[in-house]
Design a protein around this ligand. Structure first.
Ligand code: ZN
Ligand code: ZN
Length: 341
């Protein structure tokens, strides 16, 4: 079968290769992959960026995939041949205190699909049955592949920020996660402003606007002006998904007293932070990491319910052109690239 494999630890050392179809062990199933999204973390892994030294090579990349159960390993009971499923991307051990509390994405022994075990940028993938989530009937498999980034947004907006109707919400960073956070917050009845900078003006901010999101280019006018135009005042909630320290500083300075900042981005540098100002304004500073099975379920329900149309955000590429898709994501030329084997 064909698979997009990170073959070594040097930057860009990855290729579409012919590899044997994997065999499911006890408790595992073989999935025929229908579609696999390209995530920012795939780009980091592809480039061997700092913070991604730990990935196992060779490894088939990709964790945002949907598929159909093709074969069962010994002892599999929960799924049957032909079932349509997605796999949870960060898989906890299922036994520790955190896993039992439902925080499987924080498990100290977690396995990251597509980084520490073979993922879904391939024609087939093997996954443990306990980490599969059924896809609701009638939901298109390509759209279902987007449920992981949507689940990350659901966690940030619903579980962490607990966004409510009529709240004024800024989302910084119009990548896939930021755009999805903006869409979920709007679905919850919030007033939403999605901010980006120069490089986002070409594809990502216009795509968000086409999806009905108010977008602001901070390279054109200062933040204060955009906030005044959009809300007439400071935001109640700020979701930082750009991974820029400057954006996080803006968030902490700009939310109203008593407001909430939720951080979902990942950062390449440290930041200086003077807590007294935040104390005196009684800010809530929260962090949101990945997602768990419950967030997947919520995301799949949103997709199946038809309240969110993510089709305009997708560009599909054949699996053979995976390197090109990764480059397009890295350059911000697409909101969401999806590989189809
Ligand atoms: Zn992802
Ligand atoms: Zn665990």
């Amino acid at each position: 079968m064909k698979a997009f494999v990170k073959t070594g630890s040097r930057p860009g050392e990855a290729d579409v290769e012919d590899v044997p179809v994997p065999e499911p062990g006890p408790g595992e199933v073989l999935l025929r992959v229908a579609a696999c999204g390209v995530c920012g973390s795939d780009v980091h892994a592809f480039r061997s960026d700092p913070g991604f030294e730990w990935i196992r090579t060779p490894v088939a990349l990709g964790h945002e995939f949907s598929g159909t159960v093709e074969a069962l390993g010994a002892g599999v009971e929960r799924v049957a041949s032909g079932d349509r499923v997605v796999a949870v991307a960060i898989q906890g051990c299922g036994r520790c205190e955190l896993c039992i509390a439902g925080l499987t994405q924080l498990c100290p022994d977690r396995v990251a699909v597509g980084l520490s075990r073979d993922g879904g940028m391939a024609e087939y993938a093997v996954m443990p049955e306990e980490h599969l989530v059924p896809i609701p009937e009638g939901l298109d498999l390509t759209l279902a592949a987007l449920c992981e980034p949507l689940a990350v947004a659901v966690r940030a907006v619903d579980v962490r920020a607990r966004v409510e109707p009529r709240q004024r919400v800024v989302v910084s960073g119009p990548g896939p996660i930021g755009t999805l956070c903006a869409l979920v917050a709007r679905l919850r009845g919030a007033e939403v402003l999605l901010t980006g900078i120069g490089q986002d003006a070409e594809v990502r901010l216009p795509a968000a606007e086409r999806a009905g999101i108010r977008a602001a280019n901070l390279s054109e006018a200062p933040l204060e002006e955009h906030l005044r135009d959009a809300f007439g005042g400071p935001p109640d909630v700020w979701i930082e998904s750009s991974g820029s320290v400057r954006a996080l500083e803006s968030a902490l300075e700009s939310v109203r007293a008593g407001g909430t900042v939720v951080v979902v981005g990942l950062y390449a540098e440290e930041m200086r932070f003077f807590p007294t100002a935040a104390v005196r304004r009684e800010l809530s500073l929260l962090f949101s990491y990945s997602c768990n099975r419950q967030d997947y379920r919520a995301a799949l329900e949103l997709l199946a319910g038809g309240d969110l149309d993510l089709r305009p955000l997708i560009s599909t590429y054949p699996l053979e052109r995976a390197p090109e898709a990764v480059e397009a994501v890295a350059a911000g030329r697409t909101v969401k690239a999806v590989l189809v084997p």
